[in-house]
Design a protein around this ligand. Structure first.
Ligand code: PGA
Length: 250
């Protein structure tokens, strides 16, 4: 059984005080909520330590939005998996399209990050997705497949209990343009088949694969009705408590 994973990606938003306020509202809601959901907040680095206290004893999990692959060293401005494991974050986003696009992160680099996260007991959420040009050229499936093959190179089959993926078509991120639930299902089913081909049936069955891109309370039920979609990665709509709670409560 794949428990639905509802993840809020705050991106570069929320001061520590804002983060605590928003997290408290979500914790309060979840204390009175009994549907089977795993809820995750992907917060900026500066808020992670404080949020660990806010979330203590709650059902809400914590994620970083990025990390470096080395434990330490001369990498000015970077945050290491060792530092994140000290805070005991549960998850880390790896290869969000904004990291790929604005910070030129390659599949090879992401592969190192995934292995480093797993080594430190942090669950990676590998983000993949095509551009509008790639979709219009009908190469979206092979694009996403190549991202997965390269990012998971030499990752052990037993790691799949701790790996999630997020399919986020770049043309749907922050644009208000959601992929149709059929488009999302088709790609996510393809991703599951890629995992089966690369690894085995069990790995494909247990891996949670999320959809992300302009998810809001009003479209979550439709997205989550699809057989292969195991959760959502929510950007803009995760910044408002009421909207995010509506998504959790789809
Ligand atoms: P969005 O962002 O929900 O604002 O489209 C999703 C994401 O980038 O994870």
């Amino acid at each position: 059984m794949r428990i639905p994973l509802i993840a809020g990606n705050w991106k570069m938003n929320n001061t520590i005080a804002d983060a605590q306020k928003l997290a408290e509202l979500i914790v309060d809601f979840l204390n009175k909520f009994d549907k089977d959901r795993e809820v995750l907040l992907c917060a900026p680095f500066t808020a992670l330590y404080a949020l660990k206290t806010t979330l203590k004893g709650s059902k809400v999990k914590l994620a970083a939005q990025n990390m470096h692959c080395e434990d330490s060293g001369a990498y000015t401005g970077e945050i290491s998996p060792l530092m994140l494991s000290e805070i005991a974050v549960d998850y880390v986003l790896i290869g969000h399209s904004e990291r790929r696009q604005y910070f030129y992160e390659s599949d090879e680099f992401l592969n190192k990050k995934i292995k480093a996260a797993l080594k430190h007991g942090i669950k990676p959420i590998l983000c993949v997705g095509e551009t509008l040009e790639q979709r219009e050229a009908n190469i979206e499936k092979q694009t996403v497949e190549a991202q997965i093959v390269n990012a998971l190179k030499d990752v052990d089959v037993n790691s799949f209990e701790n790996i999630a993926l997020a399919y986020e078509p770049i043309w749907a991120i922050g644009t208000g343009k959601t992929a149709s639930s059929e488009q999302a299902q088709e790609m996510i089913m393809h991703i599951r088949n890629v995992i089966k081909k690369l690894y085995n049936e069990k790995a494909a069955e247990i891996t949670r694969i999320l959809y992300g891109g302009s998810v809001k309370a009003s479209n979550t039920t439709e997205i989550m009705s699809k057989a292969d979609i195991d959760g959502v990665l929510v950007g803009g709509a995760s910044l408002k408590a009421e909207e995010f709670i509506g998504i959790i409560n789809y």
